[in-house]
Design a binder for this molecule. Structure first.
Ligand SMILES: Cc1cc2nc3c(=O)[nH]c(=O)nc-3n(C[C@H](O)[C@H](O)[C@H](O)COP(=O)(O)O)c2cc1C
Length: 388
C-alpha cells in the first residue's frame, strides 16, 4: 500500500487532500462529511474578528468554467473558535484556519491567529487574496487581493503572525498583480512555513445582455468582481505552482481547478506537497474526495511510487525556455476502426494533412505538422500521435 502521508511545513497529513476555505468548511456537519470521505484536512471558511458587513452567498456559476463569488458569509471569531473546538473534539481532521485582520490595525493579524491557536487550530492560513474585503497592510486598509501583491505588507503580516503563534503558518497568495514571486520570497524571508498557490484572480460575472447589463448573480443585479474558482484555472495554477516551486524552497499547497485525481498528480509533479480543492467538490459532493484518494493510491501502486515525495516536483526539469526545446518528427495517426467519419478533424482550418475518403478520415504523414489539435477534438479518441 502506497504511503500517501505528507508533512507540509510541519503540518502532518494522512494524505495530501485538503478541502479549501469556503462554504464546504463553514459548518461542523460539512467537516464531518469531508472526514467521512477521506479528506486529511480542512481550511475553515474565512474568519474575522468581526464581519465588516453580512454578505449572502452570491455566486455566478458556469459549470465547466467555475464560480465567480461576489458574496459569501464569513465567520466571526466566536463562531470560528466554536467550529475549531467542535472539529477537534468530533473529528480527526487537521484544522487550518483561514483568516484576515481588521482593516485598521496590522497587529490584529497576530491577535486573531493567537485566539485560533488557543482554540485548537493546527495551522493558520493568512488570507492574502480576499477579493471582497479590506484588511490591514503597512500602508493602511487594503483590499485583501491587493494586500497580497505587496511584498512588504505580506512580510509584515507574516512576521506579526509568526511572532504570535507556534503552529505552522500558511500564506494564501493571490496571483493578481504579477508579483507572486516577489511576494513568495518576502513571505519566505519573514519565516512563512507554507505557500498556498492557486490561480486567484477577480473576475466579472456574466451579464443580462437584454436588461441593461445587470450582473447575473442570483438575487442581486449588481455586485463586485468576485474571486473566480473552478476548472478554468487549473493549468494557470500549475504554471504558478511550477514558477514558485522553482524560485522558492518553501512547501506548497497547490490548488485551483482540481476535479480529478489525475489533476492532483499533476499538481504534485509541478511541486505541490498537498492540494486544496473547493469547486469540484461543491459541484459533485464530498464523495469526490474518496475518488481522489483511491485514484491517487492506485496510481502510486501501479507506478511504484512508495511516497508522494518520490514524484513531487519531477516535472520541473521539463520546464524549459522555448529555445531549449528539442523537437522529434511526429504525425497524427487515425485508427480506422474507431473513426466514425464525423469529419470534425478534416474541417480544422489550420490542418492540411487530413482528408475524408470513403466514410473515414485519413492523415497524410508528410503533410502533418504534428500540432495535436485533431487529437484534442476527436469525439471518439480515434487519433493519436506517432513517431515518423
Ligand atoms: C463559494 C466560494 C467561497 C470561497 N470562500 C473562500 C474563503 O472564505 N477564503 C478563501 O481563502 N478562499 C475562499 N474561496 C476560494 C477557495 O478556497 C479556493 O482557493 C478556490 O476556489 C480555488 O480552488 P477551486 O478551483 O478548487 O475551487 C472560496 C471559493 C468559493 C467557490
Amino acid at each position: 500500500m502506497a504511503d500517501l502521508s505528507v508533512n507540509v511545513g510541519g503540518l502532518k497529513l494522512k494524505n495530501p487532500v485538503i478541502i479549501a476555505s469556503g462554504p464546504l468548511t463553514a459548518k461542523i456537519e460539512r467537516l464531518k462529511k469531508a472526514e467521512e470521505n477521506g479528506a486529511a484536512a480542512v481550511s475553515l471558511k474565512h474568519s474575522l474578528l468581526k464581519q465588516q458587513f453580512i454578505s449572502k452567498p452570491r455566486w455566478y456559476v458556469e459549470k465547466n468554467v467555475g464560480i465567480v463569488v461576489s458574496g459569501d458569509p464569513r465567520l466571526n471569531v466566536e463562531e470560528a473558535q466554536d467550529l475549531i473546538q467542535k472539529a477537534k473534539e468530533e473529528t480527526e481532521l487537521k484544522v487550518i484556519v483561514n483568516m484576515s485582520a481588521l482593516p485598521t490595525d496590522i497587529a490584529t493579524w497576530g491577535q486573531l491567529a493567537k485566539a485560533f491557536e488557543e482554540a485548537g487550530a493546527d495551522a493558520i492560513e493568512l488570507n492574502l487574496n480576499c477579493p471582497n474585503l479590506h484588511t490591514a497592510s503597512v500602508t493602511g486598509p487594503a483590499l485583501g487581493a491587493n494586500l497580497g501583491t505587496d511584498p512588504d505588507s505580506c512580510a509584515a503580516v507574516v512576521r506579526v503572525v509568526k511572532d504570535s503563534v507556534s503552529i505552522p503558518v500558511i500564506a494564501k497568495l493571490p496571483t493578481e498583480g504579477g508579483r507572486i514571486l516577489q511576494v513568495a520570497a518576502a513571505c519566505a524571508e519573514a519565516g512563512i512555513d507554507v505557500l498556498n498557490v492557486h490561480a486567484g484572480f477577480r473576475a466579472a460575472p456574466g451579464l443580462n445582455i437584454y436588461n441593461g447589463g445587470e450582473f447575473l448573480y442570483p438575487g442581486s443585479s449588481a455586485g463586485n468582481f468576485g474571486g473566480n474558482s473552478g476548472p478554468w484555472s487549473r493549468l494557470i495554477s500549475n504554471r504558478f505552482i511550477a514558477d514558485v516551486a522553482k524560485a522558492c524552497p518553501k512547501p506548497i499547497m497547490g490548488g485551483g481547478g482540481i476535479g480529478k485525481w489525475e489533476h492532483i498528480v499533476e499538481s504534485i509533479m509541478y511541486g505541490s506537497t498537498a492540494v486544496q480543492v473547493c469547486t469540484s467538490v461543491m459541484f459533485e459532493g464530498y464523495e469526490l474526495v474518496n475518488k481522489f484518494i483511491q485514484g491517487l493510491s492506485e496510481f502510486m501502486e501501479q507506478q511504484g511510487y512508495a511516497s508522494i515525495e518520490e514524484f513531487r516536483g519531477i516535472a520541473l526539469k521539463n520546464v524549459l525556455k522555448p529555445g531549449q526545446i528539442k523537437y522529434t518528427n511526429i504525425s497524427a495517426f487515425i485508427e480506422e476502426e474507431k473513426c466514425t467519419g464525423c469529419r470534425k478533424c478534416e474541417k480544422l482550418p489550420t490542418c492540411e494533412a487530413i482528408s475524408y475518403q470513403e466514410g473515414k478520415c485519413k492523415v497524410d504523414p508528410k503533410a502533418c505538422v504534428g500540432c495535436g489539435l485533431c487529437v484534442g477534438i476527436c469525439p471518439v479518441k480515434a487519433i493519436k500521435i506517432v513517431a515518423v
